[in-house]
Design a protein around this ligand. Structure first.
Ligand code: FE2
Length: 203
């Protein structure tokens, strides 16, 4: 694969970044999208652009982290120097899933590059001072290759899992750095305990 110099805006020249062509196309898409003020417009533009890039095979050429035997793997693909967005590539072994989690109040667009994923959305109904939360389960979405979804806070709680018969890859664009989030540990069928979690990269 040819390594290519990213075309930088004048104010970015002091921080040259060398990335491969597919990453370069995705970064350009993200830069165009985050120029909008309205977050709904940002995620709409990213969803449509990333689905197209999944369909034409561009996203398949991005570098994904190797599968991890015990948990899904996260690889940092690109972090915008102004914290406007970050791009994270993930690899999921069969049956691997997230816990119920939030997105730290940041918008997110997710696209399935290959495999079959499932998204179960939850709505946070109430929380007491000890971090005991009551959630109600909302829709369950089957997400095949080239499908995409978005989360806009305060609707930012879900469980994401690989329900297919093979490993899968997904690509995630967040509206800022995503180095931490909160996960929710089940207490009973409706109540969950909020826990803070630092997120790590596998690359
Ligand atoms: Fe998520």
């Amino acid at each position: 694969m040819t390594e290519t110099q990213v075309a930088l805006k004048p104010e970015e020249v002091q921080q040259p970044i060398r990335v491969h062509q597919p990453e370069r196309e995705l970064i350009r898409l993200c830069r165009r999208a985050v120029a909008h003020i309205d977050e709904k417009q940002i995620v709409r533009e990213l969803k449509s652009g990333m689905m197209q890039m999944a369909l034409d095979g561009t996203l398949a050429d991005i570098e994904y982290p190797p599968p991890h035997p015990e948990r899904y793997a996260r690889g940092l693909c690109y972090a915008d120097p102004w914290n406007r967005f970050s791009i994270i590539a993930m690899t999921w072994n069969i049956g691997q899933r997230t816990p119920l989690h939030d997105h730290a109040g940041v918008w997110c667009v997710e696209v399935v590059v290959d495999g079959d994923m499932q998204v179960v959305n939850y709505e946070l109904m109430e929380e007491d001072s000890a971090g005991c939360c009551r959630f109600e389960q909302r829709e369950t979405i089957l997400a095949p290759a080239a499908s995409s979804g978005a989360l806009l806070p305060p609707f930012e709680h879900h469980i994401f899992s690989n329900t297919g018969p093979a490993p899968s890859h997904t690509l995630h664009v967040y509206g800022g750095p995503m180095s931490r989030c909160d996960i929710f540990e089940p207490i009973d069928s409706q109540h969950w305990r909020r826990l803070h979690r630092a997120l790590r990269y596998d690359n």
